[in-house]
Design a binder for this molecule. Sequence first.
Ligand SMILES: *Cc1c(COP(=O)(O)O)cnc(C)c1O
Length: 473
Amino acid sequence: MMKQPNTQTLMQWDRQYLWHPFTPMKAWMEKADPPIIERGQDEFLFDTQGRKYIDGVSSLWCNVHGHHIPELDQAVRDQLDKIAHSTLLGLCNVPSIMLAKRLVDMAPAGLSRVFYSDNGSTAVEVACKLAYQYWANLGQPEKSRFISLRDAYHGDTLGAVSVGGIPAFHQVYEPLCFPVDRVAPPLLRPFAGPDAAIAPAQSLTSHAGNLLWQQNIEDLLAQSPGRYAAVILEPLIQGAGGMLMHPPGTLRTLRQLADKHNVLLICDEVMTGFGRTGKMFACDHERVTPDLLCLSKGLTAGYMPLGATLATDKIFDAFYADPREGKTFFHGHTFTGHPLACAVALASLDLMDTRRTLEHAGHLATVMATGLEPLRDHPHVGDIRQLGLVAAVDIVPNRQSGSRFDYHWRIGGELCTLMRQQGLLLRPLADTLVLMPPLASKPQSVQRMTEIVVESVRNVKCVIDQKQELPKP
Ligand SMILES: *Cc1c(COP(=O)(O)O)cnc(C)c1O
């Protein structure tokens, strides 16, 4: 292999040859000065210059046990010693079979089949196509439309963009998307203190906002019986839309509405799955079984790309027919059920059991909530919310007025740049700071992380003052 060039050359090549995801490349080329990550150890990342950072967003919401974990590395090596990849089209492979059984055993009761794909977006594509074809196969093709929540994020492929809808990212593609009915999400849940971080469903009461949301969906379903295929949502937390958290009971209510009006329920747990919210799946908080469940990110502990869409017998049976009936699900990717990815997923689930990762994460959630307490009454903090090991801090011009900063000020981004100098890597969602460390982090790392966040928010006024001195673009 080519010898690794020095940091300066790497950065120059990055600017010359790469096109980064979700990135305004002009600004990137002109001023970005990101670290080049070279290695990782547990919850830490190290750049080419040897600087150490806490991986405060689990390498984009997917890492579970930390980096460079011997058991996980070994699982990949063991599989490499047998075979890296073979296809699931017309053949089987060992790890994909074992993982499918494991997922069915642990998923909400009733989910009985696993359809693999490559990532979160494709897991959602598969769910949407299955829901649509389910009704077609039952002879009700007019049940074809989807209901989704505003500010939902389901991925970046066009089907996922159709049911998702973060205007800043996706508006431009609207003409390419299929039409979807969008309903305003339930109101945010206010921060309820350290206890709520572990068992929010028991310790909080529902919002009035829940009722309006419910009414909107009920109206759509009642006005057009026979029109809808499915309702799709991210249960409990809408991630990329701003870590919007639903009041307890929302998911359960939605399950009941879907049953009453005979539509399917699709839960996109790409982010919330595998312990992030304090239970293995967000659905477990409300003992809900969706008809289709989308998984990715934490599925492989953040080691490898892999998606899975789980379905109930009811869905599977609608496709189970003589080939001549034309009910087959004709969908598949080259790397569907990739053996290396499935092998590391299995090893990760073993580790979650033996190390009691969920229990540990519950303890960390308390550390995180306690650490963020000092921000609760801060004049520039609009809201803090947390569920499990997911916390969001909204930075606002003024706590009372409810207004927002000029988007171009990038207050969230500026704060994260400052925190990076303190050894913490975070990626904000606009002006919302997101804290989502690996579930296996050490308590003192989570503690340190909250200290850096609290400190940087205390300095937010300096960042604002700098912005105010700049001329308007
Ligand atoms: C990240 C994410 C996706 C998309 O997953 P990719 O692997 O990035 O395609 C879909 N849904 C949710 C809820 C996500 O957080």
